[in-house]
Design a protein around this ligand. Sequence first.
Ligand code: 4HQ
Length: 252
Amino acid sequence: MKIDVLSLFPEMIKASMSESILKRAIDQNILNITFHQIRDYSEDKHKKVDDTTYGGGSGLVMRADVLDKALSTIVNYGEPHIIYFSPRGNKLAQKRVEELAKIDHIVMICGHYEGIDQRIIDRYVDEELSIGDYVLTGGELPCAVTIDAISRYLDGVLGTSASLEEESFTDNLLEYPHYTKPSDYKGDKVPDVLLSGNHQNIEKWRYKESLSLTYQRRKDLFYKHVLDVLQRGDKKELKGLSEAVIEMELEE
Ligand code: 4HQ
């Protein structure tokens, strides 16, 4: 996958991929990221990229002509999917991450100050994305978050596909608790069932834990999961769900 990133602070994003899994994906050429310093496209003698907003008010807006220069150069090389990070966008969730991972070429625009001139959004941007309902100083962290989430779906990035299949959100459930050595930590023991070696019981326990946690913390996901199971209509799955719900502690 090829990603072009437009930013005034590319080092912020680079830092997030200079280690661990993302670094390996880049070294192995699974992920090819090019950073474009927006300031380099300013023709102003002071390399200005922003200006005051028409209509008045405080805050600066990133200029359309500067961004156009940067974008028209990149877009020349094909038909990339262009993303702009903004709290106005659709909130990024796992389903969209999975879809984005299938796109060959993405351009990500990171704004600063009050954002970018609307005419750039109208002319170039295919998708506005938000990573949550809070206000950041720039689009660099949303960009880093999005690339990180996407990378996990690229072939060869994660060790096994099992880790992707098992994970939460795909089936609308939160993850069950995980434990590792030591089995006795300051008197706090790992649940017996996990040491039993009985895989059927372990699977049931984990499902019940996932269900209870989801019920307690995320009713919205819990009902989605129940609806999914009902719609699939798989007898074994339905039995598993009803047994787990009966054994669950449903106190409010
Ligand atoms: N921004 N999710 C960039 C955000 C944001 C978010 C605020 C984006 C400032 C210029 N982006 N502008 N939340 O808070 O994506």
